[in-house]
Each structure stands twice: as structure tokens, then as C-alpha cells.
Design a protein around this ligand. Structure first.
Ligand code: P1T
Length: 391
């Protein structure tokens, strides 16, 4: 079935999922077999062994590839497994240019796993793309960024950075977890590989840990296929089924995430107990214009600095009832967390503070519940704080 001209709403429901010839089942079957019979030695039919390929996983991989406009998708057992598989293409002596604001686990992977293997990394604010060009050395082999970034919600110009990468024949990997394919397609802007923690918006129901890599570069696809099988960080067929099921509502969920988050960000900005709001949908956000050009909506994540520093943030978080205090994001339910203590604790304090992850910073994953219920919860928790100091 050719899907390329279909809308994202339709693709999320149908892409990669062919009609079942045996039973006409309308949902993708879960094929749990770990291995597949071969008619003669070394001549498998479509599938051979479920680490190298599985029908349920294949349906998810096709769906993700189509949603991102790629030719090949690869599913993993976590976003971190996807990142490690991508980074396994590097060799000792290689250099990576990486955005300065990435998920704490991605920083840890680069700093504590790749660095001891002889890979050097430069972390930098990519809001001025020229800085990316300056940071490249003859040893640079990869450019890596998240946009919007976790947790500061900075927006980097994918097309401008992709042009720099292409000039140097370097692959650009964009972690698109915060946007989801519904709001942003990095491959169309020149990126070589899109990465997702499918744990987040793609699955959308906080009941699977998963990851994905998508590309339209045939050489990279071949390498990723080899490394996916060789490293083996693959998801179970059952998890692939759950992600496919979650994906069906991606478009409707994302629209509601954006509507709720925009309203909440605007109200928080006016609230006397809030010092600062980071949300690219606000006119006050330094990357607001770029967000409007690059994304189809500013997403469902908001970071706020509440009054009273760490104590204020802890008080606020403990008082929330509808927002669950928990790591992760992108599920239908709203979550709140403290990046400095939780998701980004593995980043040294000085480096954390340099990007703006201060002790009063709280990150909100705005769910799809009723807007006024969410606002009541936030307002009640904010009322417990003293007035914010300006600045
Ligand atoms: O948790 P995992 O599926 O392994 O994905 C890692 C990951 C990668 N990239 C981004 C942008 C992420 O946000 C994450 C995971 N993040 C959280 C758990 C969090 O609360 O920020």
C-alpha cells in the first residue's frame, strides 16, 4: 500500500499494517515465535530469528519509518538502546559534536560509556548554528542534537545544522522524542537519522520502554540493521504491539497535548509565583519564531522556575495531585519532575547550571486531561509558595 501522500492521522493508524490474509484480523497479530522454520539450511523465508527480524516488530518499524518519511526504521528495547546502537558506529579517536542540553541518560551514555572507549565529545549550545561548524575538527564523525531540548525546551535549527553536517559529510542525528513525528520531521529538514524514545509520545500510555532509529540513507540503514542485530537491544513483539496500538491515536493526542500546554504556559507566565516559563509556543521564548517555522506545534512539555529555589520546587511538586511526580513524559497522563534531582542528576552541577537547569526548575509533561482540572491542580500547588522574586 503506498501511504506517502496520506495524512499523519491516517499513517499513524495504518502504515506498516497490511490486511491479515489468514483471518482478516483488523489489529496486527503478535507473533511471539523466537525462531522461524526454514525450508532448507541457510534459506530462511521472510523471517529467520526474532532478534534479526520479527513480523510484529517489522510492522512497527514500517509505521515509524513512514511517519518520519524514512525508508527504514529500527525498533529498540529503549531509547537508550537506540542511542547506544547509533553510537556504536563510532571508533576510538572519533569526535562527536553534541547539543548542550540533552536527556541526562544520553549525557551519561556519552560521558561515561563512549568517552572511556576513546570517543571525545563537545557539548555546545547550537542556537547559533555557526558554532557547530566551529566545533567540528578533522576527527568529528557525528553531530547529535535534541530539539526541543530536554529539559530547557531550546529549539535548534535542524535545516541550518544539517547544511553544516552535509558540507562536511557528517551524519546528523536528531532526537525527536519531545516533538514526536506529528510535530516535526527532521529527515525532511536534512537530518540523516531520527531517534526516538518511543517510551514517550509515540507509545503515549506510559506502559512500554522502547526506542527507534529511522533513516532514508541506504548505507546508514545497512549499518543500523547490522548493529541492531549484533547488539541485540530489540523490543519484544508484545511491546511492539503496544506501541503500534498507542501510535494509532498519536495525532489526536498530540493536538490535545499542544492545546493544553499552550494554555497552561500562557497562564503560568502570568502567575505571580512563577519566575520563568520555558515553552517555545510563548512569544517570549527566544526560539518562538524558529519553532513556528520548523514545527507544526510547540509540543506538550513546559519547564518553569518557581519561587523559593529547590525548597519551593519540592514543595510545589509534593502538593500536586493530578500531575504525578515521576520521571518520563509524553503519556496521556500529566507528569511533573525536578530535572536537577531526577532526570538530569547524572550531569555535573556546573554543566547543568550552565544550561539553565537550576534548583527551582520543574518540568511538566502536560497530558490530555481536562484543561481546567490541570490548571486547578497547578494553581493550588503554586498558592503554597511565596511570591517569586523577579529575574
Ligand atoms: O528512557 P529511554 O526510553 O531509554 O529513552 C531515553 C531518552 C532519550 N531521549 C530523550 C529526549 C529522552 O527524554 C529520553 C528519556 N527521558 C526521560 C526518561 C525523561 O524523563 O526525561
Amino acid at each position: 500500500m503506498a501511504h506517502r501522500s496520506l495524512s499523519m492521522d491516517t499513517l499513524a493508524i495504518h502504515a506498516g499494517q497490511e490486511p491479515d490474509p489468514q483471518h482478516a484480523a483488523v489489529m496486527e497479530p503478535i507473533v511471539l515465535a523466537s525462531t522461524f522454520g526454514q525450508p532448507e539450511p541457510g534459506k530462511p523465508l521472510r523471517y529467520e530469528y526474532s532478534r534479526s527480524g520479527n513480523p510484529t516488530r517489522h510492522a512497527l518499524e514500517r509505521c515509524l519509518a513512514e511517519l518520519e518519511g524514512g525508508s527504514d526504521g529500527f525498533a529498540f528495547s529503549s531509547g537508550s538502546g537506540a542511542a547506544l546502537t547509533m553510537l556504536s558506529l563510532l571508533r576510538p579517536g572519533d569526535h562527536v559534536v553534541c547539543g548542550d542540553d540533552v536527556y541526562g541518560g544520553t549525557f551519561r551514555l556519552l560521558d561515561k560509556v563512549l568517552k572511556p572507549m576513546g570517543v571525545s565529545i563537545s557539548f555546545l549550545d547550537m542556537r547559533q548554528p555557526a558554532r557547530v561548524a566551529e566545533a567540528c575538527t578533522p576527527a568529528t564523525r557525528l553531530i547529535w542534537l535534541e530539539t526541543p531540548t530536554n529539559p530547557m525546551l531550546k529549539v535548534f535549527d535542524i535545516a541550518a545544522i544539517a547544511a553544516i553536517a552535509q558540507e562536511r559529510r557528517l551524519p546528523l542525528v536528531v532526537d525527536n522524542t519531545f516533538a514526536s513525528p506529528y510535530l516535526q520531521n527532521p529527515l525532511a529538514l536534512g537530518a540523516s537519522v531520527v531517534m526516538h524514545s518511543t517510551t514517550k509520545y509515540i507509545n503515549g500510555h506510559s506502559d512500554v520502554v522502547g526506542g527507534a532509529l529511522i533513516t532514508k540513507d541506504p548505507a546508514l540503514a545497512e549499518q543500523l540493521r547490522f548493529y541492531q542485530n549484533a547488539l541485540g537491544a530489540v523490543p519484544s513483539p508484545f511491546d511492539c504491539y503496544l506501541v503500534l496500538r498507542g501510535l494509532k491515536t498519536l495525532a489526536v493526542r498530540m493536538r490535545q497535548h499542544v492545546t493544553n500546554a499552550q494554555q497552561i504556559a500562557e497562564r503560568l507566565e502570568q502567575h505571580p509565583r512563577v519566575q520563568r516559563v520555558h515553552y517555545p509556543g510563548l512569544k517570549s521564548h527566544p526560539d518562538h519564531e524558529l519553532c513556528g517555522r520548523q514545527m507544526r506545534g510547540p509540543g506538550g512539555m513546559i519547564s518553569v522556575v518557581v519561587g523559593g529555589g529547590e525548597a519551593g520546587a519540592k514543595r510545589f511538586l509534593s502538593a500536586l495531585r493530578l500531575f504525578t511526580l515521576a520521571e518520563s513524559l509524553g503519556g496521556v497522563e500529566s507528569l511533573a519532575e525536578h530535572p536537577a534531582i531526577m532526570t538530569h542528576a547524572s550531569i555535573p552541577r556546573a554543566q547543568r547550571e550552565a544550561v539553565g537547569i537550576e534548583d527551582g526548575l520543574v518540568r511538566l509533561s502536560v497530558g490530555v486531561e481536562g484543561l481546567e482540572d490541570l490548571w486547578d491542580d497547578l494553581e493550588r500547588a503554586l498558592a503554597l509558595l511565596g511570591p517569586a522574586q523577579s529575574g
